[in-house]
Design a protein around this ligand. Structure first.
Ligand SMILES: [Zn+2]
Length: 361
């Protein structure tokens, strides 16, 4: 078999491939139907495959499409894991939970965000309390999300953003943009004002399948940051915490962390890995985001901003809209075989390290 066969050209192909591969591998399939439709008019769902005894104490969890369009990567990694027969190699008593397209709307529509325009990885905050402030985003909001998407408006925006970077530094600019914000609902990296469909669905899946687990290893697949094809292992647990120490023990010296400036990711709030322990209070949760590089950061940010404009003010179905969509897809999915091979290989290694770690936990 060839790793490139595990990847798909769109959401619908990915879902069908996932279901078929999971069934072949002996998984028990489940699904949660999404309220919206895809651009082709078809239905959307988060699909789940379970392997091993239902009361497994040690469980490997793989999550794809937290950031919608990044789901090409996670889907490919999951299907490759299935096609390689890894489920049959699980140690006795272990479980594996594969969550395909936790944000199926974003995957199908080629968006990072959910249908609520929410960044799911900023949505896991406690909405009974005042949301975090992001004053720098507020100050840059009009430059980041201009009313018109023209050469003139983009040049004006670039001048504002460059001035900020010159004054505060590039990491501060990245942080202002991507840390998360809770005011600008048509904007970018918006964390929402309530739990999204995807958060509620992931919570329900966790409670259903992991409520009895004592040790849970989560691999959450992402793309768009870092060197092309390299799978950065990002730990969002605080350095010095038990969860961080376990991740360092399991995944080695290559782990990075947004909170000690070792990661290509800025410090963020409301991420799903950070919230998982709260959803599963009886389990010891060890989470890592696998972040595969695609294009330079400037291009990724351009794609995120263009997509927000397109859905808030433009027409995704127009000719220029489709051209922008192609650019968004290319920013988060490198459709070349060597990239797919790098994703599959590093993902397989990470799943085996997770299982070895679970065995020692
Ligand atoms: Zn991501």
């Amino acid at each position: 078999m060839n790793a490139t066969d595990s990847f798909s050209a769109d959401y619908r192909e990915a879902r069908a491939k996932f279901r078929a591969a999971a069934a072949r591998a002996g998984g028990v399939l489940d699904r949660a139907n999404h309220p919206e439709r895809g651009p082709d008019g078809g239905d959307l769902s988060t699909d789940v495959a379970w392997f091993g005894p239902r009361d497994a104490e040690r469980v490997l969890v793989m999550i794809g499409a937290t950031h919608g369009v990044e789901g090409f990567c996670g889907s490919g990694a999951q299907i490759d894991w299935l096609n390689r027969g890894e489920a049959a190699r699980l140690p006795r008593g272990f479980g594996a939970l594969l969550i395909h397209a936790i944000n199926p709307y974003g995957f199908a529509w080629l968006r990072r965000v959910t249908h609520e325009n929410v960044d799911l990885n900023r949505n896991w905050i406690d909405f009974s309390k005042p949301p975090p402030e992001n004053a720098d985003y507020e100050a840059l909001r009009i430059a980041l999300c201009p009313a018109e998407w023209t050469d003139t408006s983009l040049a004006a925006s670039a001048a504002v953003l460059q001035a900020f970077a010159a004054r505060a530094g590039k990491p501060a600019l990245q942080r202002a943009i991507s840390a998360g914000q809770y005011r600008d609902r048509d904007g970018i990296f918006y964390g929402g004002d309530a739990a999204t469909w995807s958060r509620r669905t992931q919570t329900a899946i966790f409670e259903t399948y992991l409520g009895r687990a004592a040790h849970v290893a989560i691999l959450d697949f992402h793309t768009g940051l870092g060197p092309r094809g390299y799978g950065e292992r990002i730990v969002t647990a605080m350095p010095g915490s038990d969860a961080y120490r376990r991740a360092a023990d399991w995944y080695g010296a290559a782990i990075t962390c947004p909170f000690d400036a070792t990661s290509t990711s800025a410090p963020i709030v409301g991420d799903g890995l950070g919230a998982a322990a709260g959803v599963l209070p009886r389990a010891q949760v060890t989470g890592v985001a696998l972040e595969f590089g695609t294009v330079p950061l400037e291009e990724t940010l351009y794609a995120v901003r263009a997509d927000a404009w397109l859905h808030a003010r433009g027409d995704p179905a127009s000719e220029s809209g489709r051209a922008l969509k192609a650019r968004v897809r290319a920013a988060f999915y490198d459709d070349r075989d060597d990239w797919k091979g790098m994703v599959a290989g590093q993902s397989l290694l990470a799943t085996r390290e997770a299982i070895a770690g679970l065995s020692r936990a």
